[in-house]
Design a protein around this ligand. Sequence first.
Ligand code: PBG
Length: 324
Amino acid sequence: MFPTHRPRRLRRTPAMRRLVSETSVQPRQLILPMFVKEGATEPIPVASMPGVVQHTRDTLRKAAVEAVQAGVGGLMVYGVPLTHDAVGSGATDPNGILNVVLRDLRSELGDDTVLMSDLCLDEFTDHGHCGVLDPDGAVDNDATLRIYADMAIEQARSGAHLVGTSGMMDGQVGVIREALDEAGYLDTGILAYTAKYASAFYGPFREAVGSQLKGDRKTYQQDPANAREALRELSLDLAEGADIVMVKPGLPYLDILRVIADNSEVPVASYQVSGEYAMVEAAAANGWLDRQRTILETLTSIRRAGADMILTYWAVEAAHWLSS
Ligand code: PBG
């Protein structure tokens, strides 16, 4: 009356577990999101994201070098401008904070890392939406696309290897691809935010970028209740020329990630967002979770669900753990 099958055999020793382990996380698969604040003279801590700061131009450059030395695969940069307006002029201005620091980082790092830029208007608009508004106050998809095209060219000119289309406007990947090609930036790629949900987990990020948003983003970001439209967004992004597709947030959307990974012809990214970071940090600070084990388990889970790469605010720290 004994079991014939004993799965525990393969779990007995560390050596055996190491041999049969299916999923690994490597530093090169981690991408560090970074914030830089225009005019800042010292780094400003983001209260809801302990350990994360809004950098100055100078500390951003140093932190970027350290991240690359730690072996992370790429950097995703967000600019926090001093002033905002209705059309987010800072986004297309060559002297706007994001474009300025892209030049800083590209001249510092060359092609040693993959430099990515957030291609979205929300950091730059005074209403905080990801696009411009029509006279009724609704987000105007096609008018926004024209600005995204200019933004893409400016970011490519400033040195971005990949532009991250996080605005969730219809047709954004196609319009940006065409604009980049016409301007001669054939080699600048598009990291498409393919399935981006209207998530409460972006809360701390909005503090990190000084968001001006009053309402919500439900007319352009996806409903957390829906899985099917993620596949539709995937087909569209692939047809429009996405080089990498992303699912966002991370942990609460592993089912979506799995479906996208199973159906994508291009590499798949997952974004472990600010609220996921804040949640673990808060619990760990209270002694309720083992911080390192929890972080590594979340990264492993996201990889297991199909992500080739992960944007995570823990990228540098995790890279150190994983390479030691
Ligand atoms: C939009 C953007 C957001 C995030 C990344 N890009 C915020 C939003 O859509 O409201 C969130 C990232 C995070 O929460 O870590 N530019």
